[in-house]
Ligand binder design. Structure first.
Ligand SMILES: N[C@@H](CCC[C@H](N)C(=O)O)C(=O)O
Length: 267
């Protein structure tokens, strides 16, 4: 499946366990010798009796993640297709707790929880600030940091098409100030309702779209008064829609969730 090009192998484990050690996930993620995906998402029996199903997130390198907005939307579409869930609203049991989902227009919308700007939530060993400066040699990079259930930093850039996404993404991910690395977003504000975004994901590299990254970018920019409550986030693979009334409120993510093929993996 994919959500705006952020692609997934969805493994349904409700009928029985499927062992997914990191080396196996990384082998399956290989785009030449495996299936190829940004994330493998499992659908699991829920721990929460109020939820239709649980899900777990594995990055392409086999590491685990605490949230994946597009993956959760694809799991919701899967459950809706088999009529296991109600189109007007149901809950999923994600790694960080309950996630509300529903059909919205042509796609799927989910509530992504309250953005948490506390450095401890991001795994960042710095005193809390709106902007953190990282210096690499002569270069200084200013970032905002927020947890969407997974760690994100957001850099506002004048022109995202020419932003040094891989170079800066890698150095920030490896910076010892982050206890568990981070996802790195590069955002260009077009107007209060529209941004362009590229995300260098932890455990993956640059993705065509990142749902939690879209929410993180809107949260960081909205807190600075750079964007409004409803923002269209244009990513290389498509458009995601984010709505955030402001601090203390949950942030909402909507967009496409598409089926591509079904099959059986043999390794
Ligand atoms: N593509 C995702 C985020 C996946 C997890 C991330 N790479 C991490 O390690 O935190 C999304 O749509 O949110």
């Amino acid at each position: 499946m994919h959500g705006a090009g952020n692609d997934f192998a969805i493994v349904d484990r409700r009928a029985g366990p499927v062992d997914l050690p990191p080396a196996r996930v990384a082998r399956l993620a290989d785009r030449h010798r495996g299936i190829g995906f940004d994330q493998l998402i499992t659908i699991d029996p829920p721990r929460d009796p109020g939820a239709v199903a649980g899900y777990a997130i594995f990055n392409a390198d086999g590491s685990r993640a605490g949230q994946c907005g597009n993956g959760a939307r694809c799991v919701a579409a899967w459950l809706l297709r088999e009529e296991a869930a109600r189109a007007d609203g149901f809950s999923l049991d994600g790694p960080g707790g309950r996630v509300a989902a529903r059909i919205e227009g042509e796609g799927i919308g989910i509530d992504m929880g309250i953005p948490d700007f506390a450095p401890a939530a991001v795994g960042l060993s710095r005193p809390e600030a709106d902007r953190y400066v990282f210096r690499f040699g002569d270069e200084a990079v200013e970032v905002g940091a927020v947890s969407m259930g997974n760690p994100h930093v957001v850099i506002e850039v004048p022109e995202v098409a020419v932003a040094p996404v891989e170079r800066i993404g890698r150095v920030l991910q490896d910076d010892p100030a982050f206890s568990d690395s981070c996802n790195v977003g590069f955002a260009q504000v077009l107007d209060v309702d529209t941004i362009h975004l590229r995300v260098y994901e932890r455990g993956v590299g640059e993705t065509l779209a990142c749902g939690s990254g879209a929410c993180a970018a809107v949260a960081v920019l909205a807190r600075r008064g750079r964007v409004g409550e409803r923002v269209a986030v244009h990513l290389p693979g498509g458009v995601l829609h984010v709505r955030w009334p402001g601090p203390g409120y949950a942030i909402h993510l909507a967009g496409p969730a598409e089926f591509v093929f079904e099959g059986e993996f043999l390794t």
